[in-house]
Design a protein around this ligand. Structure first.
Ligand code: COI
Length: 350
């Protein structure tokens, strides 16, 4: 690929940002990568100032939700070097999602080289504060017009970024969902389709009205198998065994999830990847063997769950002195920020 054309902004907003008080995904860096698909091929990507885009109301994104995204992060180490974490995994999953949504697959170099070019231009936007990073959002959506319910003939690929702090503030209390479903066999649950997340908003609002922060998704058929935690994968620790469900049509193949599994094994933690049920978790709560429960995802990294509600009863998780969640979070974030050796070969220097 030829070098990527960059149009720098004449009006940087970086001095308006309080890097010591970052929310999650609320302020956006100066530039974005853009690349269009039309006439059967992806054009050359460009870096341009972050700006609004103009679309026709008949663009298929608005009618049929043909859109996908990824979530990634860039980190700075103490020597001011920039690092990405397993970017090829994001690229591969992006194209898996694209295929499921009948979106033309993106060439790898457009994604990887485009992202590197964008990060070079917006390097100053990568926060160095503890717990902060540059959250990266690659998206593709249908720009092609028409009311016919069929794939569009034109698409836009954009990467925009946001210097971000923690995704969740404080302890998370969750409700085990018994009515609504996030996904179904043969559906799009494994893809990062925008609509997967929109479909969660209403049941999550209902859970918030009842005093919870998030929903624990159970399988659509029996509501007995625990599958995901809000927009994250879910882990439970029963006694000293760490358990997470196997990925499937219904469960996202999370990059944080699979990294935690490898780190846990490397740490000598007993790990089981198997289906587990609400009954098993409630029983474990009652007999005191349920030690921890946490969500895992790029945005939140590891989000400990303080308690959960099920059929009108609230169960609390014990407050441990040395939780596994904290140990695993420290190891993964130390690898991501190049504070510790990366024996897995996951980090990529930009
Ligand atoms: C992420 O964890 O990065 C995700 O993509 C989930 C999103 C809803 C925050």
């Amino acid at each position: 690929m030829n070098s990527i054309h960059v149009t720098p902004t004449a009006d940087s907003k970086i001095n308006d940002v309080d890097f010591n008080n970052l929310g999650f995904g609320t302020v956006f860096s100066d530039h974005m990568l853009v690349c269009d698909y039309k006439d059967g091929h992806w054009s050359a990507p460009e870096v341009i100032p972050y700006q609004a885009i103009s679309l026709m109301p008949s663009s298929k994104i608005f009618h049929y939700g043909q859109s996908i995204f990824e979530g990634m992060k860039a980190y700075k180490d103490i020597e001011n070097q920039t690092w990405l974490f397993r970017p090829e995994e994001n690229f591969n999953r992006f194209n898996l999602s694209a295929k499921r949504l009948a979106i033309p697959e993106l060439p790898k170099e457009v994604f990887i080289e485009g992202l590197k070019a964008l990060l070079k231009v917006d390097e100053q936007w990568i926060p160095t504060q503890q717990g902060s990073s540059l959250y990266i959002r690659p998206i593709i959506f249908a720009t092609g017009e028409g009311f016919h319910a069929s794939p569009a003939d034109a698409y836009k690929f954009i990467i925009c970024t946001a210097p971000s702090g923690a995704y969740f503030a404080g302890k998370v209390k969750v409700l085990i969902e018994q009515k609504y479903s996030r996904s179904a066999n043969g559906g799009v649950g494994y893809a990062k389709a925008g609509g997967n997340y929109a479909g969660q908003f209403y049941p999550t609002q209902l859970a918030i009205e009842k005093g919870y922060n998030q929903v624990i998704w159970t399988d659509d058929n029996t509501h007995e198998h625990i599958e995901e935690a809000g927009s994250m994968n879910i882990f439970v620790r029963i006694n000293n065994t760490l358990i997470t469900g196997p990925t499937s049509d219904r469960i996202l193949d999370g990059i944080t999830r699979k990294s935690i599994l490898e780190i846990a094994e490397d740490e000598g933690i007993n790990v089981e990847v198997r289906k587990f049920t609400v009954t098993e978790v409630v029983e474990a709560s009652k007999n005191g063997s349920l030690k921890e429960m946490f969500g895992a995802g790029t945005a939140a990294v590891i989000s400990p769950i303080a308690g959960y509600g099920f059929k009108g009863v609230d169960y609390e998780l014990p407050e441990l002195e040395n939780p596994m969640a904290l140990k695993l979070k420290k190891r993964i974030t130390d690898i991501q920020t190049n504070k510790t050796e990366d024996p897995f070969g996951w980090t990529v220097r930009v």
